[in-house]
Design a protein around this ligand. Sequence first.
Ligand code: SAH
Ligand code: SF4
Length: 343
Amino acid sequence: MVKVDFKDLDLEETRAWVEKIGLETYRAKQIRRWIFGRQAESFEEMTNISKELRKYLKSFFMISQLKIAKTEISLDGTRKFLFELQDGNVIESVLIPERDHYTACISSQVGCAMGCRFCLTGRQGLARNLKSSEIINQVVQIRQTMDHPDELTNVVFMGMGEPLANYEAVKRAVKNMISPDALNFSRRRVTLSTCGLAPEIERLGRELPINLAVSLNAADDKTRSLLMPINRRYPLKKLTETLKRFPLPRGGRVTFEYVLIEDVNDRLSDAENLAKLLKNIKAKINLIPFNLCNGTPFKTPDEGSILAFQDKLVRKNLTVTIRRSKGSDISAACGQLRSCWMS
Ligand code: SAH
Ligand code: SF4
């Protein structure tokens, strides 16, 4: 019999399972507190559950873990983790030190099918979706390596893959991140970044409103379609109309990521178009200077152009930050994840 992985279940599903094998409903939360709260790796650790019951549970269920195949530490403290999955595939996650907390940047797929021209993960193509357990285990296991696990307060889906193309698994993993009986993150500190799958953005807004980031990267359809093929399916008008309806908390905003690429989208006229496009959206903009990746024709703009682009937007009253990539010495920066360490 194939055993069910507790890390693949949300609270309701865990309840349904424990009831199905004849146990009281409260056992669901009890088990989840062990697994997510105290990071139990085996049933033996669950000391407030009798030996017989532990044995019984073990006959139906398992608690999965990923194999940490390699870790690398950057000069700036960023840590990159290479996780090996059961089937031998590998994914990457990054732990980023911020001023007063840590952020885990996690993957949702092995590779990505979206084919954005500037992104190494995109060039690799899609191998497969991750299971919920493989998504949540990145957070659980990164946290286990930390001296002060409480300092991990933020999670961003900005690693490998398009999270909304793996909707069900991502949703279940997010539920376990924010559930008080599981990892108990604040839902506003879990950010999903998407290339712009409009119907799934709509669905996320209805079912599980968390913090949203959109990889925009261009403010006109011609340039965006060139960089991001998904734009042909969901062009800017459709995307921005969907985003206007996305439920935000009071004072909340959608983050727009904009990878600045020399002579492609970094002109001042691009900044003007961007300001126009975002006019009626509660937005903040995150400029990401293009991180060099071999095999693409693109270049990083010089510092002067980056600052001029930012300045133009600031003058239009937009909130704009520049993301100074961390971990680039260990290829942990945005767009550099691709799991090729093994080769
Ligand atoms: N698929 C989702 C989540 C991955 S996030 C998405 O695209 O939003 C990856 C982020 O890194 C995206 O914002 C993308 O625009 C950015 N990125 C990709 N390649 C990059 C590169 N070479 N330099 C800088 N940023 C890059
Ligand atoms: Fe996929 Fe995002 Fe990379 Fe595009 S930018 S290929 S959607 S991971």
